[in-house]
Design a protein around this ligand. Structure first.
Ligand SMILES: *Cc1c(COP(=O)(O)O)cnc(C)c1O
Length: 429
């Protein structure tokens, strides 16, 4: 049966970011519970990366599953143009309180890319409704904001965007603020935004995920946001990865003194069970849309906008996230990561190690000194951890641990021990 699934999959099903022909077959997962994925070959994997950064309360969580079941049986889904429902309104109001940052209105979509797409369109139409033609964007080198055309445009040019380059909107990229180049970054930003053509500056607050989990300081982010304010450029915080406790605080933007005008959320927003994207904005941003004129309304909407079942799930997940046990788990993981970081900060096989909240990232030394997403070391690393029953998905020569918050200390230690073993194997290679 299992062989059949793999063969049929190879014949008919496409997988993300993967060549259609590969010597590395996909694995069939048959069930998932708590921290673990159970595979068809009888093996079990510890999900150390939250199934691509989405899962925070563990797999098959009963509280979440029951909320979904109850909601489906009472109100599954309806159109959202001309209608509303309690799950959408309750989640919106509760969520805005937790996000704070002066965010006052939510727009629902289904994933991180669409949350970003909505943010970019809102920014452009904000200026248009105010009678100004500002349509350009500034982003940070190495950025990843998603795979739709708008989101790709504001993402780093490279492997992910290569085939579509001629179709992407022009966007200028400022250097990544690596701690040594603050002045250069700020002057590049200022030179791009001073001519009144830039609608918005978009950034992943404090840490770029896909670029290799690399961090920068809240103080620097504050400076960039202030500069944008001075030059009438909107700021869009893409919290798709950083939201819901990943960086230690509830949202990465909470480390800053300034606040963004627009924010994007997805991934952990539902606890990782079902897809949801949310874009929020301040009263200032919604102001030019407060009119009865149809041509100034925001023309964007999806068939599944504000799906009632998923909104109810997101509300239930938010309650779990806000609970004391979950907040304590985040602090516990943060402390454990920090301890590991301090032990290994000077290891000779490690080029860079960083811990921020529940994220621990390790960039390994390579023989040619280069760090790339395609680095062949990723296969060795992936296989090494899989053989030990741990799912890590390296970004080239960078590994990171980004676990669901229910992970126990024993499970965390098991991952750390395996990383230590890997460092010893690298010594011998
Ligand atoms: C994953 C991610 C996205 C895209 O989200 P999808 O749900 O995969 O479309 C956008 N921005 C950031 C920062 C992300 O990490």
């Amino acid at each position: 049966m299992s062989k059949n699934i793999i063969e049929t999959d190879a014949a008919h099903v496409w997988h993300p970011y993967s060549p259609l022909l590969t010597k590395r077959p996909v694995a069939e997962v048959v069930s998932a519970k708590g921290m673990y994925l159970h595979l068809a070959d009888g093996s079990t994997l510890l999900d150390a990366i939250s199934s691509w950064w989405v899962n925070i309360h563990g797999h098959a969580n009963e509280v979440l599953a029951n909320a979904v079941k109850e909601q489906i049986l009472s109100l599954d889904h309806t159109l959202f143009a001309g209608f509303t429902h309690k799950p959408a309104v309750e989640f919106a109001t509760r969520f805005l309180e937790v996000v704070a940052c002066e965010q006052q209105r939510v727009f629902y979509s289904e994933n991180g890319s669409t949350a970003v797409e909505v943010a970019l369109k809102l920014a452009v139409q904000y200026w248009k409704n105010k009678g100004q033609n500002k349509t350009a964007f500034v982003a940070i080198e190495g950025a990843f904001h998603g795979d739709t055309f708008g989101a790709m445009s504001v993402s780093a040019r490279g492997l992910f965007t290569e085939a579509f380059e001629s179709l992407l909107n022009p966007v200028v990229f400022i250097p990544f603020p690596d701690g040594s180049n603050d002045e250069a970054v700020l002057s590049a930003l200022e030179s791009y935004i001073k001519d009144d053509t830039v609608a918005a500056f978009i950034y992943e607050p404090l840490i770029q995920g896909t670029a290799g989990m690399r961090t920068y300081s809240p103080a620097m982010l504050d400076k960039m946001i202030r500069l944008c304010r001075e030059h009438n450029v909107l700021c869009i915080a893409d919290e798709v990865m950083t939201g819901f406790g990943r960086t230690g605080k509830k949202f990465a933007s909470h480390y800053c003194e300034t606040h963004p005008d627009i924010m994007c959320f997805s991934k952990a927003i539902t606890g990782g069970l079902l897809p949801l994207g949310v874009t929020t904005c301040t009263r200032e941003v919604e102001a030019p849309f407060l009119t009865e004129e149809l041509n100034r309304a925001f023309f964007h909407g999806h068939s599944y906008t504000a799906n009632a079942t998923i909104c109810k799930l997101a509300l239930t997940s938010l309650e779990l996230f806000e609970s004391e046990p979950c907040q304590n788990d985040i602090k516990r993981i943060e402390a454990a990561h920090k301890k590991f970081f301090l032990t290994y900060v000077n290891h000779k096989n490690i080029k860079r190690i960083q811990s921020l909240g529940t994220i621990l990232a390790i960039e390994l030394q390579t023989s040619n000194g280069k760090t790339t997403y395609e680095h062949e070391m990723r296969h060795f690393l992936y296989d090494f951890f899989i053989a030990k029953g741990i799912l890590l998905r390296p970004l080239g020569n960078i590994i990171y641990i980004l676990p669901p918050y229910i992970i126990t200390n024993e499970e965390l230690n098991r991952i750390y021990k395996t990383v230590e073993e890997m460092l010893i194997v690298l010594d011998k290679k």
